[in-house]
Ligand binder design. Structure first.
Ligand SMILES: [Zn+2]
Length: 181
């Protein structure tokens, strides 16, 4: 089914958030599903949690819900493949730089198997801490000490070395990471 919309308002971040009444699918309240055994998926948004007019906004034929179904490395590769005009680059450069920093960090700390729409309730404590650290580092704060409590929980032993290596990189950017193993 092809839907066409005429957007009067300028696009804003709230339109792409299922946590905001502005963007959330009104049928399922942005949950994408219902608490029922048979056919729990919302038929209105197809589980994509946003209003149809905001699901119709795409980059390279992908809307934000479809983009969030990608794994961390797939999302990074997708963004790196975007060809932007000079104007678009001027507008998006800073935001894309921050997104790529976070995605690369998530890969470096062994979370490359996660998809961007992974529900927080399904994350282990160690995974959640590494994700929080990624968003802090992506925001570019300096002179901060992070204390992580058992961040290697749920981490494959081979990825522990990557986490430690990433901590050294953090130190070189004026962050400190303390671990309690
Ligand atoms: Zn819905």
């Amino acid at each position: 089914m092809l839907l066409s919309f005429f957007q009067e308002e300028e696009l804003s971040p709230r339109m792409f958030s299922f946590n905001s009444h502005v963007g959330a699918c009104p049928t399922c309240d942005g949950l994408g599903e219902f608490q029922r055994i048979n056919n729990p998926q919302c038929q209105d948004c197809g589980g994509e949690r946003l209003k149809a007019e905001y699901r119709a906004v795409t980059i390279n034929q992908q809307n934000i819900s479809q983009f969030c179904q990608l794994s961390v490395p797939e999302a990074r590769q997708e963004i790196e493949s975007w060809v932007l005009t000079e104007n678009q680059r001027t507008v998006a450069e800073q935001a894309l730089g921050e997104i790529l920093t976070r995605l690369k960090f998530l890969e470096n700390v062994g979370l490359d198997y996660l998809t961007l729409d992974q529900k927080a309730s399904t994350l282990s404590g160690g995974e959640a801490q590494r994700i929080r650290l990624a968003s802090q580092i992506g925001s570019g704060l300096v002179g901060v000490t992070y204390v992580l409590d058992e961040p290697t929980i749920g981490l494959h032993p081979r990825d522990t070395a990557r986490l430690i290596r990433t901590s050294y990189i953090c130190s070189s950017r004026k962050y400190s990471c303390c671990y309690r193993a």
